[in-house]
Every structure is written in structure tokens, then in C-alpha cells.
Design a protein around this ligand. Sequence first.
Ligand SMILES: [Zn+2]
Ligand SMILES: [Zn+2]
Length: 260
Amino acid sequence: MKFCSLYSGSSGNSLYVEGSHGKILVDAGLSGIKISTALKQIGSDINTIKGIFVSHDHSDHVKGIGVLSRKYDIPLYMNEGTWNGVKGNIGKVKEDNIRLFENGGLIEVEDLLVKTFSIHHDAADPVGFSITSNKTKVSIVTDTGIMDEVIYDNIKGSDLVVMESNHDVNMLMAGRYPYFLKKRVAGNKGHLSNECAADTVVRLAQEGLEKVVLAHLSEENNFPQLAMETTSNKLREHKLDDCVCVEVAGRFSPSNMYNL
Ligand SMILES: [Zn+2]
Ligand SMILES: [Zn+2]
């Protein structure tokens, strides 16, 4: 399997997952042009994408899904809540390209097996993903206020985890966001802090996780280096820093291409 984060953050998200045959995107929260350009940059091609999986109905995850589906005839996979949230905003999409799933179910796209699970966020019906092909597993959890045992059980045993590391709690609280927004971001249906991300990464590393991509960083309440240090320091405290390779996904530039 191959994995690459094309874009990550509140300015737009799109992740690329490639199996031995199937190629999919998780979210397409930027213009169609930006996403097809990034795919070219990593040596892939939008024409080969067999589906776009949508985590939730916020614009930083769905901005390009309508145009990409129309232009390249790509199926869109999402649950009914997300579909109800986006259908008024993404233009006309071919009925056959709307593939609704139930959370918790398995969806097959060529050799990729995609499992969805509920996360905690102020969207219609947000989900995370774990994607497997030939015993290799990649999991994706962004836009969740909390990490619970259901999420943890879904992502454990992965070869690579994309983990939200949205904000530093102190920066958020001392920052210029209005109180209601601070409460929203830090709340149970907001975004995962650097500290929560680090704790989860340590726990996963204790069970053998070797690759982590920290993702969906806040532009206002975080720095890439701070997210990286919070997780690295905690891994070091547990003497796990030699076992895990950590990268922070770029806002506007593709991450490393992972060959898993
Ligand atoms: Zn988001
Ligand atoms: Zn969101």
C-alpha cells in the first residue's frame, strides 16, 4: 500500500491511498485543480482515482468533491448524514456516483477494504477510516474532539496512522479566538489537541505502531514544530522514540510517500 497526505489543515484536506490496484482519496477539501495538481506532483493521476471517501460535511473536506466527481466520473462514498449536509452545496452529481454507506460497514474498492467508524465532531455524522489491503492497514482520524475506545480499537494494529494534532491547549486558551470558538475547538465535538494526539500515539506505539502522520494542524493555535515535539517528547519519555517515525503533514505540500 502507498499513502500520501496531499493537503492537511483547516485550509483543506485531501489524502491519497493506493493499494495494489485501487486508488482512492479521503476527502477533497480544495479546488479540483489543486487536488489534481498535487496528484500529478506525487506521480499519480486524478483519472485513476476510483472513489473519494468523505469524512464529514465541512467545507475543508468537501470543497472539491462535486467538481471532481463530475469532471472525472468519480464515485463519492459517504454516509447519509454527510450527503444531506453537502448535497445542496456541491452542484449536480450523477446519481450512480453517490455511494451511501452505513457507519461501521466495509466498502470494497478494488483491493482496498475501507472500514468506517464514528468520531466526535460538530458535523452531521463524522467518520474516521481504516483501510486495509493484503494485511497492510492505514487509519485516518482527524476532526474529533475526543479519542474513545471505539476509535482506538479501529485504528490499533495499523502500519500507519494519520492522527489529528490540531492545537496546543495553552495557545488556544491564550489566543485571540472568541470564547465560544475556544470552547468549540477544545470541546468533545471539536478537534484533538497535541497532548491527546501524543497520548494516543504512545499507546499505539506500545502496541507496535511505527509510522504516524500528525495532521489537521490549526494555523492559529499550533506550530508544526510544537505538534512534532509534543508527540516526540512523549515517545521519548516512554523510550519509544526509536520505534516510531513521525511526520507533520504540510498544509499546502504533499507529505512523504509511504510505501507500506
Ligand atoms: Zn476539518
Ligand atoms: Zn470539521
